[in-house]
Design a protein around this ligand. Structure first.
Ligand code: NAD
Ligand code: USQ
Length: 397
């Protein structure tokens, strides 16, 4: 297939592009490289030394003999060029990773909130409008988030995207229909993924676009079989307070002897997936595009759920690190249960790796190799959208 990967220079997009290329697809990465600019804005850097995208692509060609194309392009602002690229390539599938993806970054200031909405909603809408305008029959595969479901206390296995509801009409007859699961986003970032869902629903019904929305859990781990082929192909590994996700942060903290930063009680339960399972899911989703009709296919891309405090205990046990409960900078329930169905991807062949201790240890070892690059000042999570509660607690203690 001809596949365009929007956001193919990022943490999930890069290893996914390599996996799809190795499976024989013709890949073009479209990326504005804004994420590298955001690193500079924040003064942070990946734990691993990441090469420039052109250098990565040269390395890939040298190692595998196959080429990956690159179009530098801002999907949210350069609609005309996007139309041109779609018209030139006429892709069979487009994988859409190109959004601002950190909840803490999206909550730093009004500027960051507005940037996140502008970038994410416009990127998604430009893509859908461009596919429609060009008239190409491309299957759109979007990376959404498990976070759109929210963290209710209803003891149920979250369905995949839709909730079946019944309601009476004026005559008292009962009707049954599937509706998009009501969203409860916990940050402006998560809100943009809720908005994306409505855009998808509209374009699937109105314009007949084939769309898969992958509700992905928190990705942990960093390297895949392909990124390990050559040091120049190494994937990024974020550990800073904005972009570092919880388990990866714990692994780096453990590697360099910092306490594991559990927010509040650590009773938050979240969905997780290893980066290797994530790239497998992308391939499964892309290669099953013929199954998608005029209803958006939603698949929960997660393999297990864990409590944050349990993850900290596992990492502490493996590494001897100390666990520290810090004030929670986020407005979120500090205790919740969560379980979710992932039948779609399992039925397509997902064979999850899960939270294996050898993989956790391998990531700690990788972090130890690059320990000199870790800047302890970048570790604290400083974006706070829970100020009233933090202040209230401080005055009562
Ligand atoms: P990332 O920040 O590492 O990568 C995103 C890439 O998209 C970057 O290379 C960036 O330069 C590019 N980009 C952003 N806006 C763009 C635009 N307007 N035009 C062109 N390129 C643009 O993020 P990631 O961790 O790889 O996440 C990718 C996607 O997966 C996101 O949509 C995110 O919401 C979703 N996701 C990530 C995780 C996770 O744990 N990392 C979990 C669930 C879902
Ligand atoms: N947390 C800690 N300590 C830390 C960092 C985080 O206890 O040092 C807690 C947070 O308070 C939260 C949980 O861990 O309760 C998860 O935080 P996270 O930063 O790992 O994940 P999140 O903000 O939800 O965002 C990440 C990705 C996002 C993706 C989402 C999937 O950045 O792109 O959409 O995971 S999900 O969580 O399923 O919505």
């Amino acid at each position: 297939m001809r596949i365009i990967v929007l956001g193919g220079d990022g943490f999930c997009g890069w290893p996914s592009s390599l996996r799809l290329a190795l499976r024989g697809h013709a890949i073009t990465i479209v990326d504005s490289l804004v994420r590298r600019e955001i690193d500079r804005e924040l003064g942070v850097d990946s734990l691993t030394p990441v090469n420039s995208l052109p250098e990565r692509l040269v390395a890939w060609r040298e190692v595998t003999g196959t080429s990956i194309g690159f179009e530098p392009l801002d999907v949210a602002t350069d609609y005309e060029r996007l139309v041109q690229v779609l018209g030139d390539i006429r892709p069979d599938a487009i994988v859409h990773f190109a959004e601002q993806r950190a909840a803490p970054y999206s909550m730093k200031s009004p500027t960051h909130r507005r940037y996140t909405v502008d970038n994410n909603v416009n990127a998604t809408h430009n893509l859908l409008a461009a596919v429609t305008e060009v008239g190409v029959n491309a299957h759109v595969v979007h990376l959404g988030t498990m976070g759109v479901y929210g963290y209710d206390t209803v003891p149920m296995d979250l369905p995949e995207g839709y909730l079946t509801v019944s309601y009476p009409d004026r005559d008292g007859d009962t009707h049954v229909r599937d509706i998009l699961y009501p969203t409860q986003p916990g940050s402006v970032y998560h809100l943009t993924k809720s908005l994306d869902q409505l855009l998808f629903q509209f374009y699937a019904v109105n314009d007949g676009l084939r769309i898969t929305d992958l509700h992905q859990g928190i990705v942990w781990g960093s390297q895949t079989a392909e990124t390990s082929l050559d040091s120049r192909l190494v994937n990024r590994f974020d550990y800073d307070g904005d972009y570092g996700t919880v388990l990866n942060r714990f692994l780096v903290e453990a590697a360099v002897g910092l306490p594991l930063t559990v927010h509040g009680s650590g009773g938050q339960t979240r969905a997780f997936i290893n980066i290797n399972d994530s790239v497998q899911c992308i391939a499964l989703a892309v290669e099953s595009g013929d199954d998608v009709g005029d209803r958006v296919r939603v698949m929960n891309q997660m393999t297990e759920t864990h409590r944050v405090s349990d993850l900290a205990a596992i990492v502490a046990e493996l590494s001897g690190a100390v666990v520290s409960h810090v004030e929670n900078p986020r407005r979120e329930a500090e205790v919740n249960d969560l379980s979710a169905r992932n039948d779609h991807l399992v039925n397509l062949g997902l064979d999850p790796i899960g939270l294996r201790s050898d993989l956790l240890v391998a990531e700690i070892e990788l972090a130890r190799v690059h320990a000199a690059r870790v800047k302890p000042a970048h570790v604290p999570a400083e974006s706070c959208w829970n100020r009233e509660r933090v202040a209230a607690r401080e005055t009562t203690t």
